[in-house]
Design a protein around this ligand. Sequence first.
Ligand SMILES: Cc1ncc(COP(=O)(O)O)c(C=O)c1O
Length: 399
Amino acid sequence: MKPFCRDTWVEVDLDAIRTNVETFRSHLPKSTGIMAVVKADGYGHGAVHVGKEALASGANSLAVAMLDEAIILREAGIEAPILVLGYTPAESVEIASRLRVELTAYNSDWMIHANEFLQQAGLEAVGVHIKTDTGMGRLGVRTSEELMRVVSTLEASPKLTWTGIFTHFACADEPDTTHARRQHETFQAFLQDLRHAGKKLPMIHCCNTAAAIAFPEWGYDSIRLGIGLYGLYPSPYMKERADVSLVPALSLKTRIAHVKTATEPFTVSYGATYCAQPGEQVATLPIGYADGFSRLLSNRGEALYNGTRVPIVGRVCMDQVMVRLEPGAGQVNDEIVLYGKQGDEEISLDEVAALIGTINYEVPCMLNYRIPRVYFQSGEEVGVFHPLTMKHAPLERCK
Ligand SMILES: Cc1ncc(COP(=O)(O)O)c(C=O)c1O
């Protein structure tokens, strides 16, 4: 029984998550661990289910963008190490301490405040990964002097423990490797300076999916596996290189809510941008831009019906969208695939991204709380979560 009433849902294939972790496991040196990046609710796939599957498949730890995302994982019973990759206000260290979540830091003042908060509250020390900015221009220390200052502050903070050092690549998914190599050299120089200063280095990590594919020898203690975990390539170029074979985990499905066959021309949706001709069948689907199904797909995107492509006609509305079917083909409740495979056809997230002028990362991230996630393992449904109602299966179906 499904804990949702509207027949529009995301399916996540947990076997694909497992395969992708195993693929990276065999692509990397044995000594390199895998930190599964499940920020943004597991890139729209669902952080808890994906995180658990990644850990069960050989990942060693999880990473999120913000502490709130780590809270969800701990509440779901996940005990593995979790690193927050983004900024955490110093006063929130109390939560990190209670939940044993590691934080990213790059600033001495932050460390002083965080240490004070923890001392005053009499809490356990928090693990801190120092972020170095080697060419991303986002978070992190940029010079060796800054790095040394931050390390000294950290060492003088009894309630903070230095557990990691990392950097993030800006262009590792591109054919021109100049920037990535320069970033790696800068990172190596930082590590060397620390060694020369007699510092014992903690966990070292720098590779995202693209760098892990292109430069597995830069794996150090761990990679941070994001997009590849979900079976997507970081760029069309990385897909073309085909160094690793990844399996996409996500499909987006719905069922026809209404069908009409034109006996005379009628216009479809806001703006009347499409006119159905006599004999054409138009099916209405219960999904729209308020679900994260982009309005940019209006009169451009396609869906799969009976294993063949059918065009989206008219503008995508807030909650509904129309497709054109072969005359007489469609019935209410018939299944339509919006992203993913049906028969031999596939609408990949890469295709959708290209159509709407973005990257594949954004397409699943856009699918929001209105869409339930249904999890499959060995072809069997193993869980459902509906973020809108915060309900897990089982629940009386609403039909
Ligand atoms: C700091 C950091 N590390 C790792 C990742 C994972 O990157 P990817 O999804 O390209 O593997 C991200 C994602 O944006 C990130 O911000």
